[in-house]
Structure formats: C-alpha cells, structure tokens
Write a protein that binds this ligand. Structure first.
Ligand code: HEM
Length: 127
C-alpha cells in the first residue's frame, strides 16, 4: 500500500504539516513556566526555522538540517531530564491534536527521545 510506504514526514503533512506541528508545539513549550525561561534570550524566528528543519529531517523528509549540532546548541543551558520529559510531553499533546495513527505518534516520540543525551547531560543530571 502506498500509504504505508510514505515517510512519517509525509504522513504528518509534508512541509506545511511539519511547519504547523512545530509552531503549535513551541507555543505549548513557551506557555510552560518550567521551560519558557530557557528561551528568554532566543531569536524565535531563527529557532522556529531550525526546529522545522530538524523535525523535517528527523521524520525522513527531503530536508537538510543546517543548524548548529544539537549538543552545541544545548550545551551549558542546564537542561535536565525533567525538562526534556516535559518537552516530550508537550510534543505528545501536540501530536494527539492531529490525525495520526497511534503507531506514528509512538514512532515520532521514540525518535525524539533518542536525542536525550545530546540535549541533557551537560550538567549533573538531577532528574
Ligand atoms: C529532542 C529534543 C530537542 C530538539 C530536537 C531540539 C532542537 C533544537 C534546535 C534544532 C535548535 C536550533 C539550533 C540552532 O540555532 O541552529 C535548538 C535550540 C535551542 N533549544 Fe532545543 N531541542 C530539543 C530540546 C530542548 C529542550 C528540552 C530545551 C529546554 C527546555 C531546549 C532549549 C533550546 C534552547 C534554549 C535553544 C537555543 C535557542 C537560541 O539560539 O537562542 N531544547 N533546539
């Protein structure tokens, strides 16, 4: 079946779908008082663009991530596992708002979790 062969990127809705997804997702992150302060100094336009690229590439889309490597982008920010877990929780909530199979949602979350050690771990991890 051709649908089954489509990439996660296509199933999320291609460039437009991933764009909407990342915008909605970061709106949730910014509305979370435990996470928003990390972005106080950030230029959100550039960040949004980089995140779109990153998520597009991570979901097997025809996009090259041109941003800073994740460990560099997050080093020294004191992001802990607790923050990472909340971040993933917001992603899950966002994914549940769009039409995707449970399996696709699980797959996306599993992929994102594989980046844990590139984001967390620049400080003693207090959980
Ligand atoms: C799998 C999880 C994550 C992914 C895929 C991700 C992705 C990214 C990307 C692509 C950038 C842009 C890098 C660039 O400028 O070239 C970035 C920057 C950043 N991320 Fe993340 N991120 C993740 C988790 C987190 C978490 C949990 C936090 C904090 C709670 C966080 C905070 C930041 C901050 C503060 C920046 C820098 C923004 C700036 O340039 O000012 N990220 N992230």
């Amino acid at each position: 079946m051709s649908e089954a062969a489509a990439s996660l990127y296509e199933r999320v809705g291609g460039a437009q779908g991933v764009g909407k997804l990342t915008d909605k997702f970061y709106a949730r992150v910014m509305a979370d008082p435990e996470l928003s302060h990390f972005f106080d100094q950030s230029k959100m336009d550039k960040l949004r663009l980089m995140q779109r690229e990153f998520f597009s590439a991570a979901l097997d889309g025809p996009v090259q991530y041109t941003g800073i490597p994740l460990p560099h982008a997050h080093a020294g920010r004191e992001i802990g596992s607790r923050h990472f877990a909340r971040f993933v929780e917001h992603l899950l909530d966002t994914l549940e708002d769009i039409t995707l199979s449970d399996r696709d949602v699980r797959d996306i979350i599993e992929r994102v979790k594989t980046y844990h050690d590139e984001i967390v771990g620049t400080v003693g991890d207090t959980g």
